[in-house]
Design a protein around this ligand. Structure first.
Ligand code: GKR
Ligand code: MG
Length: 412
């Protein structure tokens, strides 16, 4: 397929990196000292370049390498070609979509530079000049259990006081005024106490709790009733459409998800059962920025709210998240981001949060520049830390507790 006057992709490069991550706790275990990401770069026949970022575990990396050879010679409008690339049967939808998204973002970045427009303009145009993010609070240890792991200065947060202290620091540093606590770590009563402590410390601020499906329906109902009127939404209290639907029916609590509905094929049954009232978009596993807008249209049609999910990521993903979020009128919840937890970045001017928000760039493309020396450094780290090339929160937990196994859910 070719178009006159559209540059052709001449080169596509895939670079695996490892980024430092603090010991953040979740239902599966704890984050490893380093987490993998994949960086995609493309270069076009007219010299424009574009970048994308996605998950870095081997399945993602290997597929990204395949995509990279397939896009060479394609017109820069190859986002759709990439999206429907034939992948080996058995490749999960999440892997395919997440890899496609990195190439789509890179193509949009280069196309924006080619025509002199920001990515948000290529998506139809921004409807807001800033995008609000929420403080992503985690129970955490002071340090990783392994001796040579990177250190951080956030300290431990293992009780309500620690969580409130962490939230205050987020607000002091970045101005966040919306808070999400990653739960599923301690018995629900302790997490309820942490949310109550946040509500007392930050009256009237939106609060969310996300145990990643760690609770049974009965536990979820108990927590929802106990926190009635306190939470903006409860995220994935329990696994599956039937359970989520029952929790909503019995309590009326607004349920958000990045687990129950993660692909278009999962929408009809979940929406029909009123299992979710807010879907967390994520341009990585929903398949890109255009697909995120498709998701917004479906949610709008069904009167379901839209928020945004995050996983450990750097500035390329954050730029893409901000561009697409700025174009979606219904994205009225503060977006999740792990970015403040990352001390590394691979863009020359890392983002600055002001009052919990990021300004939407009007510069051509994503409005960021790849920092090549940082890319080389983080790739070198990937070369030298083979065990970290797959994310495994349970394995990281076993360093502290050799008997730890990924808990079968529900845990409580
Ligand atoms: O970083 O531990 C984490 C989170 O639990 C992440 O893996 C989740 O995907 O942030 C995510 C969520 O909202 O469930
Ligand atoms: Mg979640």
């Amino acid at each position: 397929m070719s178009y006159e006057n559209v540059p052709v992709i001449r080169r596509a490069t895939v670079t695996p990196i490892l980024i430092a991550d603090p010991p953040l706790l979740n239902v599966q275990g704890v984050h490893q000292p380093y987490t993998p990401r994949t960086i995609v770069e493309i270069e076009t026949s007219d010299g424009a370049t574009g970048v994308g970022e996605t998950y870095g575990d081997p399945a993602f990396l290997n597929l990204a390498r395949e995509f990279a050879s397939d896009v060479v010679g394609q017109p820069l409008t190859a986002a759709n070609v990439v999206r429907w690339h034939n992948v080996v049967p058995g490749t999960s939808e999440k892997v395919r979509a997440s890899v496609a998204s990195a190439f789509e973002v890179a193509c949009l970045d280069a196309l924006g530079k080619h025509v002199g427009l920001p990515v948000h303009a290529l998506l139809g145009g921004k409807v807001r000049d800033t995008v609000e993010y929420s403080a992503y609070l985690f129970y955490k240890w002071e340090s990783h259990p392994s001796a040579d792991a990177p250190a951080d200065d956030w300290g431990a947060a293992l009780d309500p006081d620690g969580i409130v202290k962490q939230a205050r620091r987020f607000t002091d540093l970045y101005g966040f005024s919306s808070y999400k606590l990653k739960g599923g770590v301690f018995p629900p009563e302790e997490e309820i106490a942490a949310i109550r402590a946040l509500a007392a410390a930050f009256p009237d601020r939106p609060l969310r709790l996300d145990p990643n499906g760690g609770w049974s329906v009965e536990t979820s109902v108990r927590v929802a009733e106990s926190l009635s009127g306190v939470l903006e939404y409860l995220e994935d209290p329990t696994l599956g459409v039937a359970g989520m639907s029952e929790v909503h029916r019995r309590t009326g609590v607004i349920l958000a998800t990045n687990m129950c509905v993660t692909a278009f094929s999962e929408i009809p049954s979940a929406f029909a059962a009123s299992a979710v009232q807010v879907v967390l978009s994520d341009h990585h596993y929903w398949g890109g920025l255009l697909a995120t807008r498709d998701l917004a249209a479906v949610c709008r049609t069904y009167g379901v709210g839209l928020s945004m999910h995050s996983n450990t990521h750097l500035g390329i993903s954050l730029a893409a998240m901000t561009h697409v979020a700025s174009t979606v009128p219904e994205l009225l919840y503060a977006c999740d981001t792990h970015r403040p937890w990352q001390t590394d970045d691979i863009i020359t001017t890392p983002h600055t949060f002001v009052d919990g928000c990021l300004a939407v760039s009007d510069a051509p493309g994503l409005g960021i520049e790849l920092d090549r020396s940082q890319l080389a450094l983080l790739h070198d780290r990937w070369l030298h830390h083979e065990p970290m090339r797959s994310r495994d929160d349970a394995a990281a937990m076993r360093l502290a507790d050799p008997s730890w196994q990924s808990p079968s859910l529900p845990r409580w």
